[in-house]
Design a protein around this ligand. Structure first.
Ligand SMILES: [Zn+2]
Length: 95
């Protein structure tokens, strides 16, 4: 009655374990993972019905965050403006 082994989780989700995928989901969405890992996770998400909702949720969250970033803070644009201001004040950006 004990054929229940927790390690038999490979239900056609590719080589990655769900836990591994979920742990790296934010980095995946941020594009911070290596090409190989990104590919493996993308593959896993396409096949795994238990990870996909989580991915969907985090992606929606990041999309909302990105919207907010564009309209309010725009760190890149802001940095450009600061550099311009420094340059016109006589500083040269050698860095
Ligand atoms: Zn999974």
């Amino acid at each position: 009655m004990s054929e229940h082994t927790p390690s038999t989780h490979n239900h056609d989700c590719g080589p990655l374990d769900c836990r591994v995928v979920l742990e790296q989901l934010w980095e995946y969405l941020d594009g911070e993972l290596s090409e190989d890992t990104t590919l493996l996770i993308r593959q896993h998400l396409a096949l795994c019905s238990s990870c996909y909702p989580q991915y969907d949720f985090e992606k929606a969250f990041l999309d909302a965050l990105a919207d907010c970033r564009c309209t309010r803070c725009a760190p890149h644009e802001l940095r450009g403006r600061v550099v311009d201001a420094l340059r016109s004040a006589g500083f040269s950006s050698t860095a």
